[in-house]
Design a protein around this ligand. Structure first.
Ligand code: LRH
Ligand code: MN
Length: 388
């Protein structure tokens, strides 16, 4: 049986990064339902993220998205974050909302558009120099909608050229995290559609490039934990964009649609000794709370990752490998399922209590009055959103 103190130490050391954009208004192409009290500025987004960390104890950094979080003074934004007990995390570039990028950004047939897109990516590295961020996350909406629309191989060449230019600009401790996505907004080809394409580009770039697995970016039925195991084995897993989905890139709360899948993914992370921050895996949430309150939604999401992680840490590894060596199929599966079927909520409540936190973060936040306060205070101004 795994040692409980070791498990508790791993859970205390867990780090989950929050997306600034989860606190703003979001929706679908059909409707964005505005919510009262939503932040209007990057500092207000960070203040809301700090609430999640205050009640969970494991979410001390906030990923920014540029230009949604563009400010005049990033050092001041960083100081503001520190005062709230959090820090600025991954910088997300955005080359998917400018009119010029209709036919692609870094893969666009027009070299002037490619230069413009590259300019934004390099600006994001400048911002990382100011925020002290380690990771630049690159997701490209680039792709085509009809066969013959453009030369698939030529677009890969253009993409590679831009990635190399950004890679050359990185500082010693900075990384590129390349995110793939099977479809949307393009529906025939995406230029980075799957882990294999992302992996190939990252290997070509070098040690400061790794792959991001967004759990909503695969074809239905994809065995994501297999991809995780393979990327970990090759030292090319850079991070996760955690969310869940029933059908497409639904960006629902991680673990909400398929908690067993999240457990299987975290089981591979634990098996790969990749849970600790020192392993260099960025565990990030990438979600949209379209109809539910955003701060409680983020708190619940962090708790879902903690629960999946606690269950993964409870897998009796020696019994599992013994059953695997004995080719005891049912025995091995039973060891795995015992961990999954363990109610870890009392364990996590105990860990929070030991950290001086309320064992029930959702109830503690609700009792804080913060939700009512921001609704009263945040009147006027423009609520943050995707600005599309
Ligand atoms: C693309 C994506 C990407 C972000 C965006 C908010 O679907 O997952 O990670 O830039 O969502
Ligand atoms: Mn993502």
């Amino acid at each position: 049986m795994p040692d409980l103190d070791t498990i508790k130490a791993e859970l205390r050391a867990q780090r989950i990064e929050l997306p600034s954009w989860a606190f703003g208004n979001s929706g679908t192409r059909f409707k964005v339902f505005p919510q009262a009290g939503v932040p209007r500025t990057p500092p207000e987004k960070i203040a809301d993220a700090a609430q999640v960390h205050a009640y969970t104890g494991v979410a001390p950094s906030v990923a920014l998205h540029i230009p949604w979080d563009r400010v005049d003074d990033y050092a001041e934004l960083g100081r503001n974050a520190k005062d709230l007990g959090v820090e600025l995390g991954t910088i997300n570039a955005n080359v998917f909302q400018d009119n010029d990028y209709m036919l692609g950004s870094v893969t666009n047939p027009d070299p002037a558009v490619r230069r413009k897109a590259l300019g934004h990516l390099l600006e994001c590295v400048d911002i990382m120099d100011q925020t002290g961020s380690r990771d630049l996350k690159l997701w490209f909406s680039d792709g085509t909608n009809y066969p013959g629309q453009d030369d698939i191989a030529a677009r890969q060449g253009r993409l590679s050229e831009a990635l190399h230019a950004v890679y050359e600009r990185l500082g010693a401790d900075q990384r590129i995290l390349l995110e793939y996505k099977l479809f949307e907004p393009a529906f025939y080809t995406m230029d980075v559609p799957d882990w294999g394409t992302a992996y190939a580009h990252c290997v070509e770039l070098g040690p400061k490039a790794a792959v991001v697995v967004d759990t909503g970016h695969h074809a239905p039925g994809t065995n994501i934990e297999f991809i995780v195991a393979v990327l970990l084995r090759k030292g090319k897993l850079g991070g996760f964009d955690f969310n869940s989905r029933f059908y497409a890139d639904d960006d629902l709360m991680v673990g909400a649609a398929d908690p067993f899948q999240l457990f299987r993914i975290m089981a591979e992370v634990v098996a790969g000794h990749a849970l600790r921050p020192a392993a260099g895996i960025a565990f990030m949430l990438d979600q949209c709370h379209n109809i539910e309150p955003k701060i409680p939604g983020q708190i619940r999401s962090v708790m879902n990752v903690q629960e999946a992680t606690a269950k993964a840490l409870l897998i009796d590894r020696s019994a599992l490998s013994a059953a695997q060596r004995a080719r005891d199929v049912l025995g091995a599966n039973a060891v795995f399922m015992d961990a999954y079927n363990t109610d870890v909520r009392p364990l996590l409540a105990g860990v929070r209590t030991e950290q001086g936190l309320d064992p029930d973060p959702v109830a503690a936040y609700a009792a804080s009055g913060y939700a009512e306060r921001i609704v009263a205070e945040r009147v006027g101004g423009t609520a943050a959103g995707w600005g599309a």
